[in-house]
Design a protein around this ligand. Structure first.
Ligand SMILES: [Zn+2]
Length: 437
């Protein structure tokens, strides 16, 4: 893809985001779905078996995919005939702190963290990386008035050549992994005069705490990979005097981008998102199933994400008809299980646990709720000096109790301590509501 094609594509992506109506989008999705299914049936041995037969392919006829199944059938599933073992060996030989090279000079290989230890491989061919780069450039959410060139501190668990594609638009991405100390990051920001900070909210908050040491003006902050609480967002905006935008992307694709009105939309021309009932009896958190409308090397078809999303169907003032992600609620794996009086389990969603804590007091600095077993919840709370810890703990308990009552479940034992939150050992993410069984 030459530069002119890339620029044309970026313009098209912008036009689609703001200019399409629902009908155009629906037609496009239908066309892409049938193309992607036909391609998978022809080129992927796994889907060939699954979709064989004379019937018209329909998306809902395709069984759901999850990470474990994808990894189990990886060799038959990908359309490039690549083997999981060889790709793993290739990754093991790469510098863990650098950007990995291309497998066979052609394919970028990524390894997503598995919370239960099952890591997922992602595979992109050159044209898929280039599309990704154009998408990232077109929909990074950086306000137009921010002067180019962008110099970005790009903190991510492991790098992937796909991200670096954005470099062809003149963006300078300075990649760092999560193991760098905040002091080292500040030094890097100053030395390279970085004006955009991109990373998970917990890392951005650490940088905000060192705002006085950061010399270049920060013009935009891009958050991803962890739930962004509104309190953290406001505090980052105030500390840096810059807008905070979110992108929602994972190994499965570039799912959401922030529009000019500040809302995060699903990139519906690129990924098709199906909402699935998650059992949130009090709110609107849903599980989501994703189909990538363009990826062919490793087809992503009806892939069940672990995230809980709340989608706003009311539309957005920016003019885009793409659905708005009102909130990312956390991970489906972290829904607390409470015992009901009838012996059946009731589900307490991460967002309610989170709200129970943050609404208890403005003096909470750090927190985490961990459910170790049915009837056993640990709450870690670090509060400002001089704040009444016992009162705050009582308020948290009362709030949790109210939510538990609403869903008809028993909280069981809630124990408090003042330890700092623990990061997920596999992904290094700060997940504030965790279920460990
Ligand atoms: Zn919008």
């Amino acid at each position: 893809m030459n530069m002119l094609t890339k620029l044309w594509l970026v313009r098209r992506l912008n036009k689609q985001f703001y200019g399409w109506d629902k009908d155009t989008l629906q037609k496009h999705q239908e066309q892409r779905v049938s193309w992607i299914l036909k391609h998978a049936a022809e080129q992927s041995p796994y889907y060939n078996r699954l979709l064989a037969g004379p019937q018209q392919f329909s998306l809902t006829a395709v069984p759901l995919m999850d990470k474990a199944t994808m990894m189990e059938h990886f060799n038959q599933l990908n359309t490039a005939g690549l083997s999981k073992d060889e790709l793993m060996e290739f990754l093991n030989n790469q510098d863990p702190r650098g950007t990995p090279g291309l497998y066979g000079g052609q394919f970028s290989v990524g390894l997503s963290s598995g919370t239960s230890g099952n890591k997922g491989l992602t595979l992109l061919a050159q044209d898929e990386r280039q599309l990704y780069g154009c998408l990232l450039w077109a929909r990074n959410g950086i306000p137009r008035q921010v002067k180019k060139p962008y110099r970005v501190l790009f903190a991510i668990r492991t790098n992937n050549p796909a991200y670096m594609e954005v470099g062809s638009f003149g963006v300078k991405l300075v990649y760092v992994d999560y193991t760098r100390s905040p002091e080292a990051l500040v030094e890097l920001i100053n030395e390279k005069k970085l004006n955009i900070l991109a990373g998970p909210p917990s890392l951005l908050a650490m940088l905000a705490a060192r705002r006085d040491l950061i010399r270049p003006p920060i013009e935009t902050i891009i958050a991803y990979a962890e739930v962004l609480e509104s309190k953290t967002k406001t505090s980052l905006e105030e500390t840096f005097g810059a807008p905070v935008v979110q992108i929602y992307q994972g190994a499965e694709g570039f799912i959401g981008s922030t529009c000019r009105a500040g809302n995060m939309h699903i990139n519906e021309d690129i990924v098709l998102v199906e909402e699935q009932e998650a059992g949130d009896s009090l709110g609107h958190a849903k599980k989501v199933v994703l189909t990538d409308l363009y990826r062919t090397t490793q087809p992503i078809i009806r892939y069940a994400l672990n995230d809980l999303l709340e989608i706003d169907h009311r539309g957005c003032t920016c003019g885009s008809c793409f659905r708005v992600i009102k909130k990312i609620h956390g991970r489906a794996d972290d829904i607390f299980h409470l015992a009901g009086p009838d012996g059946k389990v009731r589900f307490l969603f991460p967002d309610y646990v989170q709200r129970s804590i943050i609404r208890a007091s403005d003096d909470i600095l750090e927190y985490q709720a961990i459910q170790h077993a049915l009837g056993s919840i640990e709450i870690r709370l670090v509060v400002k000096e001089g704040a009444g810890l016992a009162d705050i703990q009582n308020a948290v308990c009362d709030n949790l109790q109210q939510w538990a009552q609403k869903i008809g479940g028993q909280l069981g034992r809630v124990s408090f301590n003042t330890k700092l939150p623990e990061r997920n050992p596999q992904s290094n993410k700060l997940i504030r509501v965790v279920r460990r069984f």
